[in-house]
Structure formats: C-alpha cells, structure tokens
Design a protein around this ligand. Structure first.
Ligand code: CP
Ligand code: NVA
Length: 318
C-alpha cells in the first residue's frame, strides 16, 4: 500500500513524477474530470486549515469524487473513546483514502499501519509533504526545471514546512540554504538533517545551514519563510520565538541579495511585519497565491497516483 506520510519515503522518481503529473493536470487534460469518479476521501483535522482543506476537497470534486470533512476534536478518537487503530480500520471500510492533519507524526504512522487504504499527511508538527510537492511545482513552472536551483529558507529550521522542503530539495537536486538561530531548538531535527544529507549526496544538491540571512539569500532563486508561531505552538511561546527569529525576517534588503528575478514563497498563513515585511509579501516578487493554488494541482497528482495509478493524462487539444 502506497502512502504519503513523508516525502522521505518516496523515491526521487516518485517525487518528480508527481510534480510532472501535477503540471499536466493544471492544463486540464482529457478524462481528468472523471478520473476519481465515485471515490471518497476522508479528511481528518486536529488543527485549523484553509488551503489544505479547500484544496483537497476541490481536488476530489474536480476529479469526480467526494470528500468528507471530519473534525477529530468532536470524534470518538478526539474524546478518548476510540483508538487510532480502530478509527483507521473502520474508516477504511467507507472511504478510498484518508488525509489527516494531526499533531503527532507517530499518530499518522499508526493510522497508516492499521488503514487498508492510502493515507496522506496533511501536516503534522514535523512534516508537510503536500506543501513541499506544491512548492516544487511552483519552482518548476517558474524556472522550467528543478535541479541546480537554489532555495533559501529563513526562520525556524525545526519546522514542519522546513523539514519537508529539505526532503523535496535534497531529493530533486535543488540547492537549499537554511538561515536559522544557532540554538538547537531552531535547528532541523537531527534525523531530517541526516536523511536529507544522504538524499543530497545522491542527487547532487548542496544543503547548507547558516545563521546569517544574507549569506543564505545570496544568489537564491527563491526566498522562503513560514510563520514563527505554528498551529502547535502555544500563544505563550510567541514573545520568545519572535525575539529569536526576528533577525531572520524577510525584508526588501534580504530579497535584494537574491537573484534579480528571485521569487518570494510562503506556505501561508502569514503574519505581515513578523516573518515577512508587508512590502515583500504584497510586492511584485511574491508568488504566494500561485503557490497556494499549486497545492490543488499537486494534491490531485498525489490522489491520482494513490487511487488511480492507471490514469495517464493526455493534453487537451487546444
Ligand atoms: N499552507 C497550508 O497548509 O495552509 P492551511 O493551514 O491553511 O491548510
Ligand atoms: N508551520 C506552520 C505551517 C502551516 C501550514 C504550522 O504548522 O502552523
């Protein structure tokens, strides 16, 4: 059974195939509107969402399927009345795939262990693979290729979006520079650093961790950042995290150190004036809404590869 729990579980070929398929799907090929006819996706949420919820639901509807939104907080699982295992076994009798946005990655792995249908990671505290696939699509459509590009991420290295972006870049030959505080708490998890070092050695990508945002931004094709206060952080952590991450704010000055045609990326939601200056995210180099749209196309590719591997799109004749 193929799942998408972590991009680190997928081969370079699987990642690149999904990105290629997503680009084709964006063009609206023949037969695509019924490629998932009659199929149902369960969407389990322990945390809020705009993009992930809407893009998965739209992806199912636009390919002829259906999606069920399930709030874990009000469920037997959330109330401590049912196990992850029984939830997964039961849901698998009703739906063709499960997408889950949870706190713990280990809970997602437990669901996948007991489900008899594919399971997709819609964000955990440590990974966000669907976001990273959409990001690769965004870079590829801007630059026409992936290998050899440079992405600079400024902010928290110990972050779900950062970890999955590191997986995505290291697999596909995209050079990656992280600028984050020196304190251990803000560095990528050691297992992510280690696996992406190995993936980069195989793909030819260069992975760097520095503590100077200007150094990371130098010559980059894209500057990327994410919120300083994630869904899983408490409001009481905001002041300290802001103090630590403030030097890594993406400003016009930082953007000026990247390539002249470099783009600004952010997974959203964003806080203007915190991780990014308003003039950058609302400026001409920001492509954050193209990036958000590409979640839809990338996730359609994932859903098709997991639920209808026979589907091969043909370009619709113009
Ligand atoms: N980028 C992202 O996953 O956004 P949501 O939290 O709105 O789903
Ligand atoms: N790091 C952010 C990503 C949101 C899509 C969070 O976990 O809240």
């Amino acid at each position: 059974m193929m799942h998408l729990l972590s991009l680190s579980d997928w081969t370079r070929e699987q990642v690149e195939d999904a990105v290629r398929l997503a680009a084709l799907l964006k063009a609206g090929p023949a037969g695509y509107a019924s490629a998932l006819r009659g199929r149902i996706l369960l969407m389990m949420f322990e945390k809020p969402s705009l993009r992930t919820r809407l893009s998965f639901e739209a992806a199912m509807l636009q390919t002829g399927g259906h999606a069920i939104h399930y709030d874990v907080g009000g469920s037997p699982l959330g109330k401590g009345k049912e196990t992850l295992a029984d939830t997964a076994r039961t849901a698998s009798r009703f739906v063709g795939a499960i997408m889950a946005r949870l706190y713990r990655q280990s809970d997602l792995v437990e669901i996948a262990r007991h489900a008899t249908v594919p399971v997709i990671n819609g964000l955990t505290d440590v990974e966000h693979p669907c976001q990273a696939l959409g990001d690769l699509l965004t870079l590829r459509e801007r630059r026409g290729h992936l290998a050899g590009l440079k992405v600079a991420f400024l902010g928290d290295g110990n972050n779900n979006v950062t970890h999955s972006l590191m997986d995505a870049c290291s697999k596909t030959g995209v050079n990656f520079a992280l600028a984050c505080p020196e304190s251990r708490e803000y560095l990528p998890l050691p297992e992510v650093a280690e696996r992406t070092r190995r993936a980069a050695a195989a793909s030819g990508a260069r992975m760097e961790v520095v503590h100077d945002p200007v150094e990371a931004a130098a010559g980059a094709d894209a500057i990327y950042t994410d919120t300083w206060v994630s869904y899983h952080h408490g409001a009481d952590q905001k002041a300290e995290r802001t103090r630590m991450l403030e030097p890594f704010r993406v400003t016009a000055g930082v953007m000026a150190r990247a390539k002249p045609d470099a783009v600004f990326l952010h997974c959203l939601p964003a806080e203007r004036g915190a991780e990014v200056a308003a003039e950058v995210i609302d400026g001409p180099r920001s492509i954050v809404f193209d990036q958000a749209e590409n979640r839809l196309h990338a996730q359609k590719a994932v859903l098709l590869r997991l639920l209808n591997p026979q589907y091969h799109p043909q370009r619709t004749p113009l």
